[in-house]
Design a protein around this ligand. Sequence first.
Ligand SMILES: [Zn+2]
Length: 257
Amino acid sequence: MAPPRAYQCEAVTLKKFPLGEADLLVTLYTRERGKVRALARGARRSNSKLMGHFEPLTQVKLSLAQGRDLDHVVQAQVVSGFALLKGDLGAIAKGLYVAELVDGFGSESNPNQPLYRLVIEALHAIEAAPESDLPLRFFELHLLQVSGLMPELYRCVECRQTLTPGRHRFSPNLGGALCLDCNPTDARLRPLSLRTLKVLRLLHRTPIAELPALSMDAALARELKALLSTTIQYWLDKEIRSNSFLEHVHHVAGTEV
Ligand SMILES: [Zn+2]
């Protein structure tokens, strides 16, 4: 019988699930293969070499062996444990929200290196500015982009006219901004202020490490968050459970997301 085929990859752990007495079933987002579910045998034993390598939001280098049903972890080396992020409850909630969206949008048979890079960049940005919500908004918009779902921000999606400065509307299901003259019957319209449109364009064209420290008032932050999460939920077509967790953490902390 041929030995199991081995392969190397770099990955971030999205979630883990205890299996049997000491094993872990882990969901990874890998740079090379997209989403991979793998078995880490004995990883819950305190003397295991794999112990602690598969906490969610840990970046690892891995050797895996292909199995008939599940791939098995052979070796693991931590690249970044995001220790600072994991020391802050609000930042953990944000990181788990990122992980859940990657689990939802990532595909098991379709590697997406821009998505992998985006996850790592977003986790570093959350770690660097745990109080700011801008890294999450950046992540949401760019998640849509690397998934081929980038909303139109420059022209009306219906009449294709260039948007002039002013108030507009936004339709998640029609794929972006609309001018005030267009009223397609199947659009799930929501308001789009000029301020929110400008922040969306800034998030789209600015690398995450170069984002300025924008001070957004509560109304602007709320509109931006609602627009992006409505769009994400429309595409994901299911409730984002960790988003509720995020709301809960911010509620407990007495701050607004
Ligand atoms: Zn129009």
